[in-house]
Design a protein around this ligand. Structure first.
Ligand SMILES: Nc1ncnc2c1ncn2[C@@H]1O[C@H](COP(=O)(O)OP(=O)(O)O)[C@@H](O)[C@H]1O
Ligand SMILES: [Mg+2]
Length: 326
């Protein structure tokens, strides 16, 4: 399991790097090899009809018709029939899901279920093969075709990348502000002005405290603990106050104490009325923090469950692995 995890995140950083540098293809050879391996252990799209019917029932399917008015009113982003193929692999197949302000929406599913591919389309790292992403703007939904992660960020979708995306020799504050450094007041031509380090440190300190951390933002990232690094990664996503925040497997690389901190930290975010999308294959983590859980299997959205006090973890798990029951 952990091998697969680190393998997959390796391909993530590579795919992102390709996008940052503006070169096209999302499929690199390592990932292709894995896709082939994956294809041999089960084909995508073998979802039972009843599962499809259930998915249609639970208000994720399409327009506001079958969503309660209140939920519809809080919807900040929705996908319609979102799909992504990698050659013959249907990594994400026809997913329609709404994301609401003030909620933590978890995406659960086994390795290979399509969770990362789905959120990478929302964060502009991958381009959909089919379907639409609609983002709320001034009360209306507008279709957006993100061509880069920066594009998605500008539309209000910020992603917490794992700590390997940080520059270890730079301070926490400069990692948090990378690309958005405030400049000192003064002469015209903002790029000629010096970076306002004092403001960066103050703002970083404020943001880190807000999410429950208290360490010197001038510390080089290399000197921080796993949990602190993760806090820097989260703060970096929050710095521009985005309405939608995505965390993919935030607990996979931190120690247990770090994990607790991150969960607390994720809990803090929606007080701000943001929508948070969190991905994990650790069902306990999801049940702990989420308001709703979208269950994916073989690229499809199987169910969207409201989390209440008595949610049955085993039920969620069995939806992730339905084929084992049959
Ligand atoms: N860049 C890629 N190239 C080819 N296949 C990929 C790529 N990324 C993911 N896949 C395949 O798509 C499927 C879904 O993967 P992924 O979205 O990473 O699942 P999860 O995040 O749920 O573990 C898997 O079969 C995986 O092997
Ligand atoms: Mg993943």
């Amino acid at each position: 399991m952990s091998d697969t995890e680190s393998d997959v995140s390796g391909s993530e950083s590579k795919a992102e790097a390709e996008f940052e540098s503006g070169s096209g293809p999302e499929v690199e050879s390592g990932a292709e090899t894995r896709a082939v391996e994956n294809a041999t252990d089960g084909t995508a799209g073998n979802v039972a009809d009843d599962a499809t019917a259930e998915a249609a029932e639970d208000a994720t399917e399409d327009t506001a018709d079958d969503v309660t008015e209140e939920a519809a009113d809080r919807t900040v982003l929705k996908t319609r029939g979102l799909s992504k193929d990698f050659g013959a692999i249907e990594a994400v197949n026809d997913v329609s899901l709404d994301v609401r302000r003030g909620e933590i929406l978890a995406i659960a599913g086994d390795n290979g279920a399509g969770k990362s591919t789905f959120v990478k389309m929302l964060s502009g790292v991958l381009r959909p093969t089919a379907g639409e992403i609609l983002v709320r703007e001034n009360g209306n939904f507008r279709e957006r075709q993100f061509t880069s992660s920066k594009d998605a960020e500008e539309a209000g979708v910020a992603t917490v990348y794992q700590e390997q995306h940080l520059t270890p020799t730079n301070s926490a504050a400069s990692n948090i502000f990378l690309g958005f450094e405030p400049r000192q007041e003064g002469l015209r031509g903002s790029l000629l002005r010096n970076v306002d380090r004092e403001r960066m440190n103050e703002e970083s300190d404020r943001l880190l405290r807000e999410i429950g951390f208290d360490f010197d933002p001038e510390s080089p990232v290399a000197e921080l603990s796993g949990g602190q690094k993760q806090a820097v990664a989260v703060a970096r996503a929050l710095i521009r106050d985005p309405p939608i925040v995505i965390l993919d497997e935030p607990t996979s690389e931190v120690s247990t104490t770090g994990t607790d901190k991150i969960i607390d930290l994720v809990r803090q975010i929606p007080e701000d009325d943001k929508a948070v999308i969190i991905i994990s294959h650790k069902i306990d983590v999801l049940v702990d923090v989420a308001d709703r859980i979208a269950v994916m299997r073989d690229g499809e959205l199987i169910d969207t469950l409201e989390v209440s006090g008595d949610i049955d973890r085993m039920d969620v798990v069995s939806r992730m692995h339905r084929e084992r029951e049959i």
